[in-house]
Design a protein around this ligand. Sequence first.
Ligand code: S3P
Length: 430
Amino acid sequence: MEIKLYKKNSINAEIEVAADKSITHRAIMLASLASGRCVINKFLKSKDCYSTIEAFKKLGVKIIEIDDTLIVEGVGMDGLTQPSSYIDAGNSGTTVRLLSGIVAGNDIKVEIIGDESLSKRPMKRIIEPLTAMGAKIKAKEDNFLPMTIYGNSKLKPIVWESKIPSAQVKSCVLFAGMYAEGETIYKEPFLSRNHTENMLEYLKIPIIKKENIVAIKGKIKKIEPFEITIPNDPSSASYFIAMAVLIPNSKIIIKNVCINQTRMGFINTLIKMGAKINFLNPRILYNEPVADITAEYSRLKSIRISSEDIPSMIDEIPLLAVVATQCDGVSEIRGAVELRVKESDRIKTITTELQKLGAKIIEQSDGMIIMGNTKFITDTPQINLNSYKDHRIAMSLAVAASLCDSEVIIEDAECVDISFPNFWQIYNNL
Ligand code: S3P
């Protein structure tokens, strides 16, 4: 599907964005392992989350959807059953990596496949710790899907120091750690998103968090059935916050957004650049901080981002590149080499597409150098941009399109379904 976009003159709205993707995945997984019926309210109805739902159905969990609530009949820590065929994780890195940690601790054999993009993404980062814990894993070239996990109910605990700050790897090891006989300790270079830790804590699973180290005591016997309401996704909110800040005479209110600091890098950076952003009605819901966010048109200065800043804005870097084209001065984003192994090579894809709009961006091996004060304009009245079927690239380009004098066509625009199914509806209504 192609979508045609035009310049926006000002936006003024109160909206709700999609529910949090990371928290939805984790809630479905832990509910599946609970001892009885769990209720997940306001879950994210996106393609990635359905990949997780279908995976756990194949592992023998009964999951029913009623409007925006999921009823999950948890089978207990050891209740997953051998699937009759492979599990398809689709486009979802979170599904494959977190699921692998759980499968590793059960006496089942599971083959996992994925779509073209997921089949190119590295799995060695989870194969190594899970193998050290005692699971057997066969993967294409020891790194890629298809991957078969031969689980083992007698996993050993490990002390693992990861070279990359990755919440997916950390969560994989913590989930496997629930099954290990003893204490598993995980250390990462910088703290990545900590929703797994927060949810385990909320469910009274014995874990200890200290800065960038987390420890979990296995062998967890039982997770009590629970009910949870998913807050809205700060990554999804970011596109509309950026639009309000960049489009003159704009103001937006976004309700019920998760404001966990491990996800706030983009918003904190905008504030540092001079954006007028406020948090209203802050509260804690299910061990996650939540607030309503307001943002309005602001004059921005340039910014320099380095590796320690990346984890808390890992999914917002393409959007930050768009913002940086509009501020005063030259911005630099470095230490972001992980972007090359996301749903697309996001350093390359965002650079290439923004250049088509006249942006002056120089690609670096680990980031970008971006000139500010750019007026998006093209030689032709209409320009086609490629989303590379990457949801975050499609939505970042939509923000750029809202500032462009020419008509912009975004190709494969339906890929927003991965994380934010009603993105275009909200965008067009603004
Ligand atoms: C996620 C972690 C991040 C992020 C992804 C979701 C998660 O990936 O990019 O969209 O839910 O744990 P990495 O942990 O691999 O950086």
